[in-house]
Design a protein around this ligand. Structure first.
Ligand code: DI6
Ligand code: FE
Length: 427
């Protein structure tokens, strides 16, 4: 990787950034944030092709594009590794009920909650779902998010679950963003299966998972392991089917109670277990053993006014990688901001800024099974990056609301700049 003095070959780049500071999040670099100063970064064919000392580079012979970062920081593109960004309708009425005293579980038991979004989602076409999702997608793109995981789970029939995944894939065609999709058919029991949860799980395993895998609509399978959703045994059947279909595994676990869902999911080699407020030591040990990422979702904790915090210190001590995501959804986290989550992860869950940022870069990539190509500034990885007007990386977690993004870079191309230019965010 290191060339000799003054002979660094820039011909392996078609675009370079000079005068940047790099927060690489490369674990092989000792500095906090994997920070590098005095280095240029170059891209070619959508990949990071060079990271090298700037004063050893011969710029005179370079005929690609040169961008002056003017002392700004470049980080990997942000990754929101847990969202329910595609859905019909909204639940502002229920939010108002909760603000007047009703609980999330009470509303769910009355047929509201997830099921009211199911009704609205079933009634929508793919085009309508895409149209409704666009403002949420654009908000994340403006913040420097370059990869977004999107779950189904508001259709709960084969046809409407696939429709949600089609809408998610379509968003990835419209916008310069990488979409990772998860089939979350085991999110809630559809009303037509009332009292027959095991039969619904049969449908998920025998029909939905093979269909989603066969049409390449899902990258992973998720399940909501909770008293108001599905038991660990039912979720285990779903994950066995996911394994058989060759899909990744993710699990909503220990959000409202401890059913030992994370331990069960880790045993299936899950990429991640998510929420985890009620996670216990056995769950942590299993996640550490199997390399399962702990995805923490401070937006849902905040919005539901939870008081039980996830066991961050114990996760840390066990060496479980911690990711942070928005959980963007209409009920428990109607918040289209990953930058706000960086702050909440620190203020509510006591992560430090470096951990929070690793949680939306390197560890988020791992929670999507893509740690080999996303989430770090490293030669050979995808050139998804953000150039920020900040003095130090911690600013991204310690301030909120000013969005200090200067350039969003996707596949090596500058796709958004807040210094004028087009406001159309599409490809
Ligand atoms: N846990 C959550 O926080 C979301 N889904 C889940 O399993 C909530 C989804 C919703 O309320 O619509
Ligand atoms: Fe969720």
């Amino acid at each position: 990787m290191n060339d000799t003095a003054n002979t660094i070959a820039l011909n392996r780049c078609d675009r370079i950034w000079l005068n940047a500071r790099l927060a690489t999040f490369d674990p092989d670099r000792a500095e906090p944030y994997g920070a590098l100063t005095g280095h240029l970064i170059g891209v070619k064919d959508g990949l990071i092709s060079l990271i090298a000392l700037q004063d050893q580079a011969d710029l005179s012979a370079f005929n690609g594009e040169i961008i002056d970062a003017a002392g700004g920081w470049i980080t990997p593109g942000l990754i929101d590794c847990h969202t329910h960004l595609v859905f019909g309708g909204n639940r502002v009425n229920e939010a108002e009920m909760r603000l007047n005293g009703a609980s999330y579980e009470e509303i769910a038991r009355q047929g509201g909650g997830i099921l009211s979004t199911v009704t609205a989602t079933r009634a929508a076409s793919v085009d309508e779902l895409v149209a409704m999702a666009r403002p949420r997608m654009e908000a994340l793109i403006r913040e420097g998010v370059t990869t977004i995981e999107i779950k189904s789970g508001y259709g709960l029939t084969t046809e409407s679950e696939l429709k949600m995944l089609q809408a998610a894939r379509r968003l990835g065609e419209i916008y310069p963003v990488r979409i990772s999709t998860s089939l979350l058919a085991a999110h809630a029991l559809p009303p037509e299966y009332k009292g027959r949860a095991d039969q619904y799980i049969d449908l998920v395993c025998d029909e939905m998972i093979p269909a989603a895998a066969g049409q390449n609509l899902a990258d992973a399978v998720d399940a909501f392991c909770e008293t108001i959703a599905f038991s660990p045994e039912q979720c285990a059947r779903v994950f066995a089917a996911a394994n058989q279909a060759g899909l990744g595994i993710k699990c909503h676990a220990e959000q409202l109670s401890n059913l030992h869902g994370a331990e069960m999911a880790a045993g299936f080699g899950a990429w991640s277990a998510e929420h985890l407020e009620y996670l216990d030591q056995a769950g942590i040990d299993a996640m550490a053993k199997h390399g399962t990422v702990a995805t923490l979702l401070p937006g849902a904790f905040y919005y539901l006014r939870e008081t039980q915090r996830p066991p961050v210190e114990t996760l840390r001590r066990a060496g479980v990688p911690i990711a942070i995501a928005s959980d963007l959804n209409p009920g428990s986290s109607p918040i289209a901001s990953l930058q706000l989550m960086l702050n909440m992860a620190c203020t509510l869950f006591a992560l430090n800024p470096e951990e929070a940022l690793a949680g939306v870069t390197r560890h988020a990539a791992r929670a999507l099974g893509q740690s080999d190509q996303l989430g770090q500034l490293r030669v050979g990885m995808r050139a998804d990056m953000v150039l920020w007007d900040i003095q130090r990386p911690a600013q991204l977690a310690c301030q909120f609301g000013t969005n200090p993004i200067r350039q969003r870079i996707f596949d090596g191309e500058v796709t958004f700049t807040n210094r004028g230019g087009s406001t159309d965010l599409r490809r």
